[in-house]
Write a protein that binds this ligand. Structure first.
Ligand SMILES: O=C(CO)COP(=O)(O)O
Length: 256
């Protein structure tokens, strides 16, 4: 069984002081997450780098995991401005996002770079949350599935999963991010099923069966239950709605 994962991608929002208050209020609002243990839904928060030590301090021992939004493809070295996977692992990060569409679009990250980041993260013991998804032009041209699977294939180049390595895939149609438009639950399920089929072909049934596939793009409390109902949709990667304690808590409740 795949435990659903609800991960909040805070993007470039909040100061460390604001994060401190947010984490405390979130744990207070979700008593079942105050201590670790088996939960119906796994919850993770992915703040920007300066907030990660705050998460590590305040979420340690709770049922909430934390991580980051990007990682360097390099190991330690002369790479000004980069953050190494080992630095994140040392701060207790469990997850790191790689290949978010904002990084692909604004920093021209290629599939090859995303794959290198995923490999580096896994070497350091982090679980990559690898993002893929089509733009409106591909969807309107009827190429959403072929585009997304091609992007996934390129972003998994050299990524081995056959010996128990863990990976999460997030399907985030670019046209649904921050726009208030969500993919229909049927479209989200259809894409998740296509991605699982691709994984089965490339890595075998066992990897395909255990890999969690999330949906992301304008998820909010009102659409969480419907989107997560798809049998291949194993959770969500939530942007805007993860910034408020009340809305993210309502989504945790709906996902549980
Ligand atoms: O990009 C996203 C999560 O990574 C989705 O963002 P929104 O939920 O704000 O649309």
């Amino acid at each position: 069984m795949r435990t659903p994962l609800l991960a909040g991608n805070w993007k470039m929002h909040k100061t460390p002081s604001e994060a401190r208050v947010w984490f405390a209020e979130f744990l207070e609002a979700n008593p079942t997450l105050q201590s670790g243990g088996q939960a119906a839904v796994e919850v993770a928060l992915l703040p920007s780098f300066p907030l990660v030590p705050v998460a590590a301090e305040q979420l340690a021992g709770s049922g909430v995991a934390w991580g980051a939004q990007d990682v360097s493809a390099h190991t330690f070295g002369a790479y000004t401005g980069e953050v190494a996977a080992e630095q994140l692992a040392d701060l207790g990060c469990r997850y790191v996002v790689v290949g978010h569409s904002e990084r692909r679009a604004y920093w021209n990250e290629s599939d090859a770079l995303v794959a290198a980041k995923a490999r580096r993260a896994m070497e350091a013991g982090l679980v990559p949350i690898l993002c893929v998804g089509e733009r409106l032009e591909e969807r309107e041209a009827g190429r959403a599935v072929s585009f997304t699977l091609e992007q996934l294939a390129g972003s998994l180049e050299g990524v081995g999963l056959e010996t128990g390595e863990e990976l999460v895939i997030a399907y985030e149609p670019v046209w649904a991010i921050g726009t208030g438009k969500t993919a229909s639950a049927d479209d989200a399920q259809a894409m998740a099923a296509a991605i699982r089929g691709f994984l089965a072909e490339r890595y075998g049934e066992s990897v395909a069966g255990r890999t969690r596939i999330l949906y992301g793009g304008s998820m909010k409390p009102a659409n969480t239950t419907e989107i997560l109902a798809g049998p291949d949709v194993d959770g969500g990667l939530v942007g805007g709605a993860s910034l408020e304690v009340a809305s993210f808590s309502a989504m945790v409740e709906a996902a549980g």
